[in-house]
Design a protein around this ligand. Structure first.
Ligand code: HEC
Ligand code: HEC
Ligand code: HEC
Ligand code: HEC
Length: 180
């Protein structure tokens, strides 16, 4: 009798196991777009003299101020999608969402506006650049990235010259590559 009970128990366990296996596996959304994580999570490593003062250099550019100029207009521009799309980071693409509780984390033109949304590449990019690129990392943004915002849709547009404009935002510190 005891033996019978044990095998019945085993059978039930096995059946339970099979049922569990048959359940459609929790759909792991590996194809989901990477999310924006905000500048604090980049600058934690990319600040200070030893790290090339990247954060400090960024802070001195107009990109750091790009949300504030909307507020300063005092005409509600900071509530308009047609302004926010170029004056915030990841607007409606997983970054800035108007009136969201965490909206302030994505004000202005931050690292991720040029280097790509960081959720997936951040743990990879300092170890394996190729793998990081596959999940949205842009190690060397080019003119193509800039003109997503620097174009005629901007009400203040007066033209864009990559060389000239890049000089004003340059935060390269690894000398050997600077020449390349
Ligand atoms: C845990 C620390 C850490 C965090 C957080 C971090 N980085 Fe980095 N990142 C590094 C290190 C280390 C390197 C290699 C830098 C070097 O060799 O001087 C690097 C390199 C880079 C490079 C240059 C890649 C290349 O080799 O051409 C870029 C661009 C970059 N990071 C952007 C970002 C962005 C954007 C974020 C936020 C989404 C971020 N990093 C967050 C540590 C970090
Ligand atoms: C297509 C992207 C884009 C859109 C849309 C956009 N801007 Fe801008 N904005 C820029 C860029 C790029 C600059 C830097 C100067 C330039 O080249 O236009 C800028 C600069 C500014 C400046 C500061 C510089 C100056 O000359 O006054 C203000 C203020 C401004 N924009 C307000 C607005 C307002 C208000 C709206 C919405 C009605 C808006 N922008 C929509 C991209 C954009
Ligand atoms: C307006 C676009 C833009 C923004 C914003 C921006 N970067 Fe960059 N970043 C670039 C470009 C362009 C390069 C140079 C690519 C090349 O080598 O041609 C670069 C290069 C780098 C490098 C490599 C430096 C080196 O010496 O090779 C690091 C690290 C980096 N950025 C990190 C950051 C971090 C961290 C932030 C935010 C604090 C940031 N970037 C914001 C466009 C941007
Ligand atoms: C997501 C939108 C966006 C991207 C991408 C972007 N910018 Fe900008 N940029 C702006 C806005 C908005 C301003 C105006 C900010 C302000 O006036 O406060 C600006 C201002 C500037 C300025 C100052 C303009 C001036 O008249 O002096 C420079 C220089 C600049 N950007 C260079 C670049 C370069 C180089 C790239 C590409 C590597 C780039 N930007 C990518 C939105 C963007």
């Amino acid at each position: 009798m005891r033996k019978y009970l044990i095998s019945l128990f085993t059978l039930m366990l096995t059946a339970g196991y099979i049922v569990a296996q048959d359940k459609p596996a929790e759909k792991k959304d590996s194809a989901a777009a990477p999310a924006y994580i905000g500048i604090k999570k980049c600058s934690i490593c990319h600040k200070g003299e030893a790290k090339g003062n990247v954060h400090e250099k960024w802070l001195a550019t107009e990109h750091a101020n790009a949300y504030k100029v909307l507020v300063d207009k005092k005409d509600g521009s900071e509530k308009k999608a047609e302004c926010l799309e170029c004056h915030t980071t990841g607007f409606n693409k997983g970054g800035y969402v108007l009136d969201a509780a965490n909206a302030a984390e994505f004000e202005g033109i931050q690292c991720e506006a040029c280097h790509g949304p960081g959720s997936d590449f951040r743990p990879l990019h300092n170890k394996d650049i190729e793998a990081a690129k596959k999940v949205g990392f842009i190690p060397k943004p080019t003119e193509e990235k800039c003109v997503e915002c620097h174009n005629k849709k901007s009400p203040t547009f007066k033209g864009f010259k990559y060389e000239e404009f890049h000089k004003k935002i340059d935060h390269r510190y690894r000398q050997a590559e600077k020449k390349g």
